[in-house]
Every structure is written in C-alpha cells, then in structure tokens.
Design a protein around this ligand. Structure first.
Ligand code: ADQ
Length: 439
C-alpha cells in the first residue's frame, strides 16, 4: 500500500513514521520449563512490511500470543529487546480477554458471518465485552508511542473498533484500515449483533481499503442501510471528515519465490526429488490453513468424483493436500480436521493400489523451500474456497510457474478471482463440474 495516499501532504523525502497494528506480532512469546522463548513467525505481511518499518523508523503493535500474566524481569527484558531490535511493540492480553476477543467475537462471530456462514455465527455478550476491551488495550498501547505526524495502519477484523477509539483521542491522526477478509453484503452484515458499533468503529479511519470492489460496495451498502450514511464510490463524508475508500488487493513478492527456484540449493533439490517421484503422473496441489472457508472437503469430493467418473485418471494423478492446522480450540475446526482426515482415508482406501495413493495429506506447516518446490512441481493448483478475502496461494502458485506450464483452478468465491481472469474458474459447490474442470 502506498502510505502517502492516507494523507495528501506527505513528502517522499521525509517518510512519516508508520505504525502497523495487527492482532498478532510476527513473533510469539512462549513459556517453557527453562524460561521464555521468542519464536519468529515470518508471514507474508511481515516480509513485506519489515523494510517499510525500518525505513520510516516505525513500529508494529500486536499481541505476543502469551497470556500468562507473569510480569517477571526476563519477560520484560525480552519484550523490550523486541522493541529495540525489531521495532515490535507487544500488547498484553489477560487470558479471559484474549479468549473472548480472539476465539470468541473475532472467530466465532465475525469470521463465519463475514464469510457468509451465518448459521455458524455464535454471539456471546462476554465475548463482545472482551472484544471492546482488547481494542481499547491496543489503543492505549498505541497512544503511549504515538507522535504527531505518525501514520497508523490497522489490519483486519480483530480491530474494527480501533479506528474510532483512536480518532477520539487523536482527531488529526492519519488512520488507515485494511480488511483482509471479505466484507459481506448488507443483507448478511445486518444479522450481526453490534453491527452499528462496528461500522462506526471503521468510519473512525480516514482511509479504508478492501481486497475487491465488491467488498467495498458491500460496505457502502451496509453504512447506507444500517447507519443511513450515503457515500460516493471512493469517499464517505462522515461528520466533519472524509473517509477515502479503495479496493487494493494484496500482492505477493514474486521474486521471493522465483529466487528460491533459481538460486536456493534446498529448493532445487526438493524440486528434482518431486519431479522424479511424480514422473508419469499429474500432480494436483492444495495448500491451505485448515479452515472451513477453504472448501477442503469439497475439493476432496470433487477429486473422488474425478476418479470415479474419469477412469483414465486412476493411477495417473495424485492430489497433494497441505493443510496447516489453525484455531484448534474451536469445535468447528477440530470437526473439520476429523472430516478431512476421514475423507482422505476413505478415498485412498477406495481407489488406492499397492503402487499408488491418490491423496498425499500433509497436515503441517511446510518450510518455504518445500512449499515453493511443490508449487513448481504441481501441474495444477486447485483452490476451492467457499469464500476467501483474496487467497495468496493462487498468486504464489503463478509466481512459481514463470514458464506458464501450470494450470490454476480457482474458486469464483475467492477475492483473487476478480484479478486472475485467466484461471479456470469453478463453483466449488458443484462437484461434477469441478471434476470436469480438473479433467
Ligand atoms: P489466509 O486465510 O491465511 O489469509 P491465504 O491468503 O491463502 O489465506 O494465505 C495463506 C498463507 O499461508 C499463504 O502465504 C500460504 O503460502 C501459507 N500457507 C498456507 N498453508 C500452508 C502450509 N501448510 N505450509 C506453509 N505455508 C502455508 C487471510 C485471508 C485471505 C487473504 C490473506 C491476505 O483469509 O483471504 O488472502 O489473509 O490478505
């Protein structure tokens, strides 16, 4: 994102300090029997933002993942080292606040509703109270470090009240907000208890960005129907302020993948192993967080359909499904994990032979080198999200296929479909046609 767009009077020669705010820091604090352990978890956002943070002398505010509430010297020292070395500011959340905020309102209320699964929505007043409290704790931590002229850039659905909370304290601050998940249509959004509070929370920003125009339009529809606030395509007049609106799909750094493929020995050796192993067979790849929005059971059933309806593919095709467990404290996620495990063994049991397993299932996080080699080796990337803000896997796959020798099969319900019109589009609920698309 070009941060200068948040405010018209930014000079490129003097970058304003950027304060990135996200639910989690790209580092985790863990208590072990020997004391405290810091573990970096470099995701795409961290890789993209760390250089910008350094250049602007800014910092990143987020939760450390630790709720132990033990304020000993070692813990304090680690956290102050994070700030000095990495420019990371840790937000501390007590266990009950963290649970109600993260597992509760964020992931049992907002996540299912924003992905259009209203029947999965669970609302609990205590979770809401924790969500408000957590957003206030984030505000307080930012206010301790804020200097006039700083740009505050808030990420995602965990922090939808924060723009307004900050606006009340800092009427002139530049505040941007980016939503990484879909914004649902107003007919779905209005189901949400506390819908007015969330919309007012967002309108505290002076810059709001979404992955697609469709989400932006849904937001405009919601503020009109729920708050009676009209808007233009790219702007809302709210009170005495203007809030800019923009569709800005997130990108990846393609060089990070192509560099590994051309210059990293580990990646190259994984790739040649894979090529040897799958010689004479087509390799289909699925890569996801284990989340019900990603349509993994639907993908497995479409693959089963391919094997039953197109016998020529038996023994000739392998689906490698890599799924990293997530949010395992929520029942929906443990249920999904069981369902996926059962489907994989059913399909392998039904169609496999002593020489061939139709599905290889890896339920873990893969190191970048292995993931990149898999992307490069795959003949097809199969993305069957039932709803997805964007889907970075689609872009990562294409980045690993510089010669165009792969096929992207992409759900029309992933935000990436709005940008990647050359993919083969599928409706993941339509098993028969998804199988035909794979064929
Ligand atoms: P996610 O729901 O996490 O992101 P996605 O965009 O696909 O979904 O990003 C997942 C990332 O994790 C990718 O970079 C992928 O390489 C990596 N990953 C997934 N499984 C992995 C595995 N088993 N091993 C290693 N790496 C793995 C949210 C929204 C998306 C939106 C992004 C960015 O839900 O819609 O695209 O934020 O805004």
């Amino acid at each position: 994102m070009n941060t200068s767009r948040m405010s018209p009077n930014v000079h490129d020669s003097e970058p304003r300090r950027l304060i990135v705010v996200a639910n989690r820091l790209p580092i985790t604090l863990k208590r072990t029997s020997d004391g405290w352990l810091s573990e970096k978890s470099p995701g795409g956002l961290a890789a993209a933002l760390n250089p910008v943070l350094k250049r602007s002398n800014g910092f990143w505010v987020g939760w450390s993942g630790d709720t132990s509430e033990i304020a000993d010297d070692d813990r304090r020292n680690i956290i102050s080292r994070w700030f000095e070395r990495d420019r990371y500011v840790a937000v501390d959340l007590a266990p009950d606040v963290a649970h109600g905020f993260y597992e509760g309102y964020s992931n049992e209320t907002l996540w299912p509703l924003f992905h259009q699964f209203p029947s999965l929505l669970r609302f609990d007043q205590n979770h809401w109270t924790s969500y408000v409290r957590a957003n206030e704790i984030f505000r307080d931590q930012i206010l301790k470090h804020y200097l006039p002229g700083d740009l505050i850039w808030i990420h995602d659905y965990h922090l939808m009240l924060l723009p307004q909370l900050l606006r009340q304290a800092l009427p002139d601050a530049g505040i941007g907000f980016f939503l990484h998940i879909p914004f649902p249509s107003s007919s779905i959004f209005r189901i949400l208890p506390k819908r007015e509070e969330l919309l007012r929370g967002l309108l505290g920003a002076d810059y709001l960005a979404f992955h697609t125009y469709r989400y932006l339009q849904h937001f405009r529809g919601s503020i009109l129907r729920i708050l009676g606030v009209g808007s233009q395509m790219d702007q809302v007049e709210y009170g005495t302020r203007a809030v800019r609106l923009e569709a800005l799909p997130i990108g990846i750094a393609p060089d990070e993948f192509s560099d590994l493929l051309t210059s990293d020995e580990k990646t190259k050796s994984h790739l040649s192993e894979l090529k040897k192993r799958f010689q004479g067979r087509k390799l289909i790849l699925g890569v996801d967080r284990l989340d019900y929005t990603k349509g993994i059971p639907e993908r497995l059933r479409a693959f089963r359909r391919l094997l039953s309806d197109y016998p020529k593919w038996r023994g000739k095709v392998v689906l490698v499904q890599v799924a990293v467990p997530s949010r395992e404290r929520l029942r929906m996620y443990t249920r999904l994990r069981r369902e996926v495990g059962e489907l994989v063994s059913e399909i392998n049991g039904e169609w496999g032979t002593p020489e061939w397993s139709p599905i290889i299932y890896l339920r873990r996080n893969l190191p970048r080198a292995e993931l990149t080699a898999l992307y490069a080796a795959a003949d097809v990337a199969l993305i069957t999200a039932l709803r997805d803000g964007l889907n970075l896997v689609a872009k990562e796959y294409v980045a690993c296929k510089p010669n165009g020798d792969g096929v992207l099969i992409l759900s029309e319900f992933a935000g990436a479909a709005a940008e990647m019109g050359e993919a083969i589009m599928i409706n993941p609920y339509d098993e028969e046609r998804t199988a035909a698309a794979i064929d």
